[in-house]
Design a protein around this ligand. Sequence first.
Ligand code: MG
Length: 208
Amino acid sequence: MCLDVGECLVDETRVWSTWADVLGVPRFTLMATLGGCVARGEDHERVFDRLGRSDWRALESEKEAAFGGFRSGDLYPDALPTLARLRQGGYRLAVIANQPAARHGQLAALGVNADVMAMSGRLGVAKPDPAFFARALELMASPDPADVAYVGDRVDNDVRPAAAAGMRAVRIRRGPWGLLQDDTDGVAALVVGSLDELAARMPEAFTP
Ligand SMILES: [Mg+2]
């Protein structure tokens, strides 16, 4: 099985709080405006335009320095226990997600151990591009896609494209995308509210 990072393993509150601080806007304003973008079906980068900060890319390194990489407190409390439980259950684990390349080492340092780990920033291809899911399957040594569950919070970036790639799409409903997006096509093989719930219900993702 393959897991997403943002709002699946990692709570991104500190990422967005750091952005608010670097931009000099109230955290509440940034968070709520981001939620509005998600609800409108807009790309999350639109939040910067709405805040009048289309120059945000120039501040990326300042944000990253202030953020300082993932810390253990950024992991959802059920992340590491679930990975351990799934591994004990015989599942091979992959963590392949839309993240900067540096997040790979940061996750490993926090104890996120997977058989395969890859970030879009290194791969040069990102979700929802079908090429991302094709590359993910290659990295997992080309299993039958139907034997792979892709677990993610976003219907647009995770659930739909993973299902289109022939994988079992598992939707985790946490974070703003998980709560605001609708799986109108009903393509998710399993919907859970947490990784704890996933660990308990994983076999259901593979029932026809
Ligand atoms: Mg995510």
